[in-house]
Design a protein around this ligand. Structure first.
Ligand SMILES: *Cc1c(COP(=O)(O)O)cnc(C)c1O
Length: 328
């Protein structure tokens, strides 16, 4: 490491997903993370990633990690995992997959096509059982292909755990592996797995996906031109209220439609009738995460477009600027 400017470089997509904070926690610094552009399907641009790796190597840096996403927080989009894995093999990079939300869908009897590669492709996978394994907050989990690496990196050998004087014994106690010593978060996850089983999780996760698909396909999105279903991945459907025709070539209209959807989101949340979130700043859409276990039914899903339309019209009538005439 003779070059003062040489640094370890990690790559992730520019999608709005949590994650860079880890680079700061581990002392790499946020500048060590390079954000790679995405295509129209919100998937990382493989060619741009390879270019960045080559350019960073040529500049004397040390690329070491690529983070792919299996189900982004806001749209559920899944990166092209086999292509990412191949690129990582080519350049000898660690391939980590952020499956915090989406990974459990890999266990479905009919696993979504893009997730099929997850188990074969990744060196490590992050997974939040408190999301799609329905565990109580909080339960974070890292699965590492080679368990010895995990142990070599994180195990501690405090003298007070060497019960019989043997170091080997201490490292085999699971609680000595993670940085948090005495907090056995694994128990509630394990109990869930025992109680619900693979078939149970398959059923619940499958039901959630079916609800999100039903929302995306609801006849009202097709019938009411002002409501647009935007994306549908895993259990997330995004949609927007666009009462003004195309926003493509008019920046003022596009900005107003974003503002309208933001206000509509607040109104929906305050109404107490539906809870949705938002995704993306450039083109703001509303995001519905289907969860059958929290009591959402097909009837709720089918009622959502009409509710969005009713509140959307109200908000539009209230806040539309004078240069965009309003015709109810
Ligand atoms: C929720 C989520 C995270 C953050 O996970 P926490 O550990 O619960 O903060 C990271 N990545 C994705 C894709 C997520 O959905």
């Amino acid at each position: 490491m003779s070059d003062r400017n040489q640094r370890l470089i990690a790559y992730r997509s520019e999608k709005p997903t949590p994650g860079s904070i880890l680079a700061e926690l581990f002392g790499l610094g946020a500048n060590a993370v390079r954000k790679i552009g995405v295509n129209a399907h919100q998937q990382i641009d493989i060619a741009a990633l390879e270019e960045a790796i080559s350019a960073n190597r040529a500049a004397g840096h040390l690329p070491f990690l690529v983070v792919g996403t299996a189900g982004t927080t806001s749209t559920g989009a899944i990166d092209p995992l086999p292509e990412l894995a191949a690129l990582c093999r080519k350049y000898a990079l660690w391939f980590h997959v952020d499956g915090a939300y989406g990974a459990p869908a890999h266990g479905l009897t009919r696993c979504p096509r893009r997730l099929a590669w997850l188990a074969g492709a990744a060196d490590s996978i992050a997974l939040d059982p408190h999301k799609w394994l329905y565990s109580p907050l909080e339960a974070g989990c890292a699965l590492v292909r080679d368990p010895h690496l995990l142990q070599a990196t994180f195990s501690h050998h405090p003298t007070y755990y060497n019960f019989n004087g043997s170091r080997k014994c201490a490292t085999q106690l699971p609680r000595v592996w993670p940085p948090k010593f005495t907090q056995l978060h694994a128990l509630k996850v394990w109990l869930g797995l025992r109680q619900v089983g693979r078939a149970g999780y398959s059923q619940m996760i499958g039901d959630d996906i079916a609800l999100a698909q039903a929302l995306y396909l609801t006849r009202q999105f097709a019938r009411i031109r002002k409501l647009q279903a935007v994306t549908q991945h895993l259990s997330i459907t995004t949609f927007r209220f666009v009462p003004l025709g195309s926003t493509r070539n008019n920046r003022q209209v596009a900005a107003y439609v974003n503002k309208l959807n933001e206000e509509l989101l607040n109104r929906l949340q305050k109404s107490g009738e539906a809870f949705v979130e938002c995704r993306g700043r450039r083109q703001l859409s509303l995001h519905a995460l289907a969860s059958s276990t929290s009591g959402t039914t097909l009837a709720d899903v089918e009622a959502l477009p009409a509710l969005v339309l009713r509140l959307g019209r109200q908000v539009d009538a209230e806040i539309r600027p004078h240069f965009l005439p309003y015709h109810a």
